[in-house]
Design a protein around this ligand. Structure first.
Ligand code: ADP
Length: 245
């Protein structure tokens, strides 16, 4: 089963081609890494997959359904969640309140976010479960702004998980982290896999080696090579373009 497929996906910015006819196939349940030098088009590709950008050409299919050109919220409703490179949190809301907000999906409350005692009570057990999954059970009542960096990133993952995604897109989940947080994040990604498909952009090749069954290497917006990490590690084109000697 294919969870995510793109056909000829292309994005031009005023004559500059950032993503060039990318054909991607991500198997359901797999962890699939997108790697490549800065400017290779990885973030633009994520933005195309999640509806934040509209493609100039090509098509996107999620779980067998075409989603080309749909808005981000429509794509989110189809079971896709995304974490950003930089945590986007409300400094004064607690970790628990963040997850409760994320759990109130638009299908439940179409036009508003609501944080009455009743709503908090209703969603709290599930929110605490999700916080425990990402290792933040002891931080539930802390304002997000006071969490250390690694825990802010973990909270971002919790928010993505609250959407119960089938497909999780992670943009540089270990960026800016020290060794301990990197190791913790790798364990966390293993733990939250649970049958989900995960696509991650990642520069740390140790992380890619530990997590990804399949690796797509992008360069100048095009797919340069694709295979297992071991295959990519030995591919002379990949070594020259990205990995170095
Ligand atoms: P990566 O994530 O692999 O570092 P990006 O997707 O951020 O690469 O960028 C790919 C290329 O597209 C870069 O050369 C970048 O400058 C360009 N680019 C990205 N977004 C825009 C934009 N909104 N307008 C013009 N050029 C852009």
């Amino acid at each position: 089963m294919v969870a995510l497929e793109t056909q000829g996906l292309t994005k031009d910015f005023r004559g500059f081609r950032a993503v060039n006819e990318v054909n991607l196939r991500v198997t359901q349940g797999a962890i699939h890494a997108l790697v490549g030098p800065n400017g290779a088009g990885k973030t633009t590709l994520f933005n195309l997959l999640t509806g934040f950008l509209k493609p100039s050409a090509g098509r996107v299919f999620l779980l067998g359904e075409e989603v080309t050109g749909l808005a981000p919220f429509e794509i989110a409703r189809r079971g896709v969640a995304r974490s950003f490179q930089i945590a986007r949190l409300f400094a004064h809301l607690t970790a628990l309140e963040h997850v409760v907000l994320a759990l109130q999906r638009p299908t439940l409350y179409p036009y508003r976010f609501w944080m009455s005692e009743q709503v908090l009570g209703r969603f709290k057990p599930k929110a605490l479960e999700i916080l425990a999954l990402v290792g933040l059970e002891d931080q539930a009542l802390r304002p997000a702004g006071t969490l250390p960096y690694g825990q802010k990133r973990a909270l971002e993952l919790a928010l993505a998980l609250a959407l119960e995604p089938q497909l999780l897109l992670l943009d540089e989940p270990t960026a800016g982290m020290g060794l301990e947080d990197v190791a913790r994040t790798v364990q966390l990604i293993h733990r939250l896999r649970q049958g989900r498909t995960i696509v991650l952009v990642e520069h740390n090749m140790g992380v890619v080696a530990e997590l990804a069954e399949r690796v797509t290497v992008l360069q100048y917006g095009s797919v340069l090579a694709e295979g297992s990490y071991a295959e990519m590690r030995q591919d002379p084109r990949v070594i020259e373009a990205y990995l170095g000697a």
